[in-house]
Design a protein around this ligand. Structure first.
Ligand code: CP3
Length: 342
């Protein structure tokens, strides 16, 4: 029988939505923290295929999610293009910046990215052997705009100011960067699919700060190009797009990009999204991740609300954003029991 996630992605309305969770392998799990300590640090974990596969499998063993997402990070691709990347404990990612023509010209391109990213493909191969037969394996990459915001600022930013500034002041370099990231993302995702990823997801975490024409040009258009090219290379490959905080930009995003599924953050209500987004195809989401910290009856009520709102069409249950390190693993079980048990 076809896997439930693949059925939902093909447009089937299921009596119980399949479920997985963004950042399901992560610091809220004691077994993740133990494996990460064994690896030494986060990036060493990403580049260690045995241990990366192990942390990918941990939430599958513990909870029996319907999908596993490859354990890696969206910032490995810029690293493969030649920027220096490191993580500061308690603060997040840091990298050398790309803001001038000269810095852009120093970036790599084409097949050279695989020299760095080969361990990631090996993780995918291990997972496609070891995952239970009912579990779908999701590969992923960051969307060009979101990855560019980190490369331009050299770190995470609240309002993506440096990326907006470069877009305004040196459009030529900015456009070249988006184009290079679009091409490399296609090559990166293609290798993941060849290694065994059954679905790919494009994370555009900062899509919400692009407005009007910019949203179309730098969020929608790259998502369309990546989706079309992936489907040309791998006919039938399902694609999930996550233009986070797109708001009204979610409307029609399936048709405009060709994505099979649009993932929703929790700034839109499930009732609104069921009416305006779900008619376009499968939706994924969108319980607020704060419920994984607070739990209780509110978690149960909101979980039921999301399930009910999306029950008339194809739906994959998920959070609106990644689970946070302070979440209680028992609340995750309560969410799953509520989705599966009513
Ligand atoms: O979802 C999964 O379980 C798969 C693995 C995954 C990670 N990051 C692991 C990770 C995925 C899909 C990502 C995507 C990612 N990475 C995004 C897009 C999704 C989103 O959350 O908006 C972004 C913006 C990044 C960049 C990134 N990686 C940041 C900003 C940080 C630091 C913030 C933080 O949570 O600490 C990371 C680190 C990171 N990526 C961790 C994990 C499990 C925590 C690292 C640790 O163990 O210390």
């Amino acid at each position: 029988m076809t896997k439930t996630i693949l059925r939902a992605l093909a447009g089937e309305t299921l009596p119980t939505p399949p479920i997985w969770m963004m950042r399901q392998a992560g610091r809220y799990l004691p077994e993740y923290r133990a494996t990460r300590a064994e690896a030494g640090d986060f990036l060493s974990l990403c580049y260690n295929p045995e241990l990366a596969a192990e942390v990918t499998l941990q939430p599958i063993r513990r909870y029996g999610f319907d999908a596993a997402i490859l354990f890696a990070d969206i910032l490995l691709l810029p690293q493969a293009l030649g920027v220096d990347l490191w993580f500061v404990t308690g603060e997040g990612p840091r990298m050398t910046t790309v803001t001038t023509q000269e810095e852009f010209d120093n970036l790599g391109c084409g097949e050279m990215i695989h020299d760095t990213l080969n361990p990631v493909y090996e993780t995918v191969r291990i997972l496609s052997r070891e995952l239970p037969s009912e579990t779908t394996l999701i590969g992923f990459a960051g969307a060009p705009w979101t990855v560019a915001t980190y490369m331009i600022a050299g770190k995470g930013t609240k309002d993506q100011g440096p990326a907006h500034a470069l877009k305004a002041e040196n459009r030529a370099v900015f456009d070249q960067l988006i184009e290079r990231l679009t091409e490399s993302t296609i090559d990166y995702l293609s290798k993941q699919v060849e290694a065994g990823a059954e679905v790919v997801k494009i994370f555009d975490s900062w899509a919400g700060s692009l407005k009007g024409e910019d949203f179309i040009r730098y969020a929608q258009e790259p998502a369309r190009i990546i989706t079309q090219e992936m489907k040309a290379r791998f006919p039938g490959l399902p694609v999930i797009a996550f233009p986070r905080q797109a708001g009204e930009g979610y409307v029609g995003f399936h048709a405009k990009t060709g994505a099979d599924c649009v993932a929703l953050d929790d700034s839109v209500t499930p009732e609104w999204a069921a009416e305006h987004v779900q008619p376009g195809g499968c939706v994924q989401g969108n319980l607020a991740s704060s419920h994984m910290v607070t739990g209780g009856q509110a978690l149960v009520d909101e979980t039921r609300r999301v399930v009910k709102a999306f029950s008339q069409g194809p739906h994959i249950f998920n959070l609106g954003h990644g689970i946070t390190p302070d979440a209680d693993p028992e609340n995750v079980q309560l969410m799953i029991d509520t989705v599966r048990g009513g």
